[in-house]
Design a protein. Sequence first.
Length: 294
Amino acid sequence: MRYNVNTRISENQIALRGLHIFLVLTLYQLARLYNFIMSGKAYSEEEIAEFRVYYPKYGLLASMARFHRSKGAILNKACRMRIKVDRTVEGFSKRYKRPSYPRFIGKHHTEETKRKIGQNSLKMWERMTPKQRKALGYKVVQTKLKRYGRAGNIGYAPKSPYGNCRRGKRHDLNGQFFRSSWEANWARYLNFLKENKEIKNWKYEAKIFRFKGVKRAPYSYMPDFKVTQNDGTVIYQEVKGWERSKDRSKFKRMAKFFPKIKLEIIDQKRYNSVAKWGKAISLFWEGKEPSRFI
């Protein structure tokens, strides 16, 4: 019978590997047993005093090696003593210390950097197809709904999750319901004009104008404010910071079907011209005042 050298070598390798695995498992079990015994060992007063200083400064892994306790024992002791570890010495912040990921906590972009970021964002938006823009907008809305429960500006709390306006009743305006903070502020401005006898009266959403014979929406329009002048003439005002195509259609049909009705559009420029004196007009003025020097 021929002797196979390769078979003998492979058998020796298998035996050595098995012995190596056995030793590793044995050492692992011994280490677990040692940690279990040390975990149950009471801390001396010197160890407690040292632990109170050492753990917050050097963290979990160093404390395990220093006090010869398991991870669970160290965490349990820290929890009982109500000690929090300094995150700057843990692996939590190692990614900030890498050259490829510089720390930016407490810092701010310069105006030049903000301008460049804005320009790059516009260029990226221009390169996108309409389909990509729609998909991106849908993704943003879904993320905000999942994270914050609404898709509008996170600082506001409207009833509709898709809105960006602060709608609701204003107690300083006799509990009147308004659809946005701009409309509520404009009502306060009209109250200011009324108190100074510059206008006679005003009403909110006082009348609906219906467009008869039209086949496509919009079929009607309700201006925000009906303002009665001192001479008895009536004008309607619409507070509109951002015009959509639907809004422009309403304005065109108002001019076509009701040419004698005077309609004023309160755009962002006119609103800001009043809002910069907001706190002087009313103590309940909402939002930040724009600069008075613009």
